[in-house]
Write a protein that binds this ligand. Structure first.
Ligand code: SF4
Length: 340
């Protein structure tokens, strides 16, 4: 069975956050000194996550990506991976990580049935990594990427948020590094979502500039023609290297968006920019049946008309979506709670 929203978009992709905690403090996601965390008692157990995933797969979801915060901070994550990997309805089970703990866990995750991983990598320079994330750890991330490849977690992708004046001079270094680890690099435009309280339009390094820089170094770039709801547009360099650009700020792709997000405490968000979500934890813990949960999800999705990023494009004098004072009132508004 599949369900469609108010614009006819199916529900296919579910991003499941397993924790709101993170061991880094990236400037574009967690720039503040202090955060309000989700209460521990509200965090879904693996069994509860599994039950909700079953409801979603009943309704057409066939791709799940585990996110955080940093998902590898959740204890015993391979147990959840094993449980989800055994579900025949899931065609794709992936993980997004900052890579810091990946070297320790890659083999166990692969053995549990994880198929692929995307690692965030915004810089290859240790001093810049420290400034961007407010933590040390670039070596650990690079070791984690190597371990993921060695464990067979492929295709391996590296996500880079490009910020003007911060890391826009590393595009070529990142492409070259990606070649050495057989990973596809994806450049992401800096977004003004919750958590990005230091965002400014001047800091966005747009797709056109990324393509110009790479073409100047490598020569003509070919766009790949692909029918896909995936956010990245993919390109090929003359030497065959493929890379992606996620132009979520200047050229959003809401019209094909089949993604929803489940927070670690069971709130279901239909858009990265949505102010409110649907509380699936409350229904689950009240004893709702699989059918009742499916009805709740169906009603929510069918009423969905979100196109958050497209609506933001038309704003002149665009500023961060929410001030830190708003975010402190409800941690669900944070990008690190929604899994980016
Ligand atoms: S802004 Fe919302 S609707 Fe648009 S692509 Fe992102 S999650 Fe989907």
């Amino acid at each position: 069975m599949s369900i469609a929203d108010a614009f006819g978009r199916p529900l296919r992709n579910l991003r499941v956050s397993v924790t709101d905690r993170c061991n880094l403090r990236c400037q574009y996601c967690m720039p503040e000194e202090h955060y309000v965390w989700l209460p521990r008692a509200d965090i879904l157990s693996f069994e509860e996550i599994g039950r909700l995933v079953d409801c979603f797969t009943d309704l057409g979801v066939d791709r799940v990506r585990l996110t955080g915060g940093e998902p590898l901070m959740r204890h015993d994550l391979p147990l959840l991976v094993r449980q989800l990997a055994a579900k025949p309805a899931l065609r794709d089970l992936a993980l997004t990580s900052n890579g810091v703990l990946l070297a320790e866990q890659a083999a166990a995750l692969a053995a549990a049935g994880l198929r692929r991983v995307t690692v965030s990598l915004d810089t290859l320079r240790p001093d810049r990594f420290q400034a961007l994330t407010r933590r040390a750890g670039l070596d650990q991330v690079l070791n984690g990427i190597a371990a993921a490849g060695a464990a067979g977690l492929r295709p391996l992708k590296l996500d880079t948020v490009v910020m003007r004046g911060i890391n826009d001079d590393e595009l070529i270094d990142l492409i070259e590094y990606g070649k050495t680890v057989a990973a596809e690099v994806r450049f992401i435009e800096y977004m003004d979502v919750g958590g990005a309280t230091h965002w400014s339009a001047e800091r966005v390094y747009p797709r056109a500039s990324i393509l110009d820089d790479l073409a100047r170094r490598y020569g003509a770039i070919a766009a790949l023609r692909e029918e896909s709801a995936a956010p990245a547009e993919r390109y090929r360099l003359p030497d065959g290297t493929v890379f992606g650009i996620i132009a979520s700020t200047t050229a959003p792709f809401c019209r094909a968006c089949d993604r929803a997000r489940l927070t670690a405490d069971g709130m279901w968000y239909l858009c990265l920019y949505a102010r409110a979500g649907i509380d699936l934890r409350a229904a689950l813990r009240r004893g709702a049946t699989r059918e009742e949960l499916a009805a709740l999800i169906t009603g929510g999705w069918q009423a969905r008309h979100d196109r958050g990023a497209e609506e933001r494009v038309v704003h002149r004098d665009r500023a961060p979506l929410l001030p830190a004072s708003e975010l402190r009132k409800d941690p669900h508004l944070e990008m690190h709670t929604r899994g980016g």
